[in-house]
Write a protein that binds this ligand. Sequence first.
Ligand SMILES: NC(=O)c1ccc[n+]([C@@H]2O[C@H](COP(=O)([O-])OP(=O)(O)OC[C@H]3O[C@@H](n4cnc5c(N)ncnc54)[C@H](O)[C@@H]3O)[C@@H](O)[C@H]2O)c1
Length: 261
Amino acid sequence: MGRVEGKVAIVTGGASGLGAADARALAAEGAAVIVTDLDVAKGEALAAEIGAEFFEQDVSDEPSWVRLIEQTVARHGGLDILVNNAGIAIIADIAGTTTEIWRRTLAVHLDGAFFGCHHALPAMAASGGGSLINMSSTAALVGIGPYLAYSAAKGGIRSMTKSIAAYCRTQRNGVRCNSVHPGSIDTPMVHAALGGFGGPRPEGERFSDEVRRKLGLGEPADVGQLVLFLASDESKHISGAEMVIDNGDTVVQLSGPGGSG
Ligand SMILES: NC(=O)c1ccc[n+]([C@@H]2O[C@H](COP(=O)([O-])OP(=O)(O)OC[C@H]3O[C@@H](n4cnc5c(N)ncnc54)[C@H](O)[C@@H]3O)[C@@H](O)[C@H]2O)c1
């Protein structure tokens, strides 16, 4: 029996990186998966590979959410899991962040996750419960200087998640809501960021094991396994939690390598 057998899952930004790993993990454990993304070619290819459906979507567009949820419930009879994963990362600190960068970053991350939770929640509650999983970042916990808007958006996702969890608990609707906070993971987003800072780029899709170890990067499947756990009934008593997955990076930043201070 698969760990999410019989469940219906939507993964946004599922064409690449962490979303693709989440979609793979959920499909491998028996969920019916709907991958959404702006990138139609990559999204359709991934969906075909793992036996999922593809839905073209800009997560910052609210009407697309209404269509997506309606279509999912009509085809599958309900919705159990939503992974709000789609995201962009534009390098810009407080001095360099334009209004356009600020608004686009918040629109994709914060509007996208809000629209997703807002429109998925009634469908989940109607089928007796579900799991909302919001992809935040360690940027929400520490704030990254060169990523002003990104850090603000991820911080907003963190507290919005807790607010939704509190609401669901008081409503007793069976819906859980948690945020996931990865450190740096080996995906195209991080390849672009490292390149932007003059760092290495992978030769193919991924870095070699050696380079990944040297850079302290996690693998997309590491996050996929955490998302799978939060999606499954194995985590039925977990809601409102912030799940940090960074191999200790943030605790080292806070405590120092020697653990003092
Ligand atoms: N890779 C990391 O180290 C890391 C760390 C912490 C958090 N995250 C978060 O994980 C999520 C996935 O990041 P990734 O590293 O896999 O990036 P990625 O660039 O590999 O994948 C992001 C996907 O989102 C899609 N996307 C972008 N804007 C969209 C929109 N408006 N609507 C629909 N789809 C859209 C892209 O087309 C792409 O397929 C993001 O929210 C990111 O902020 C990543």
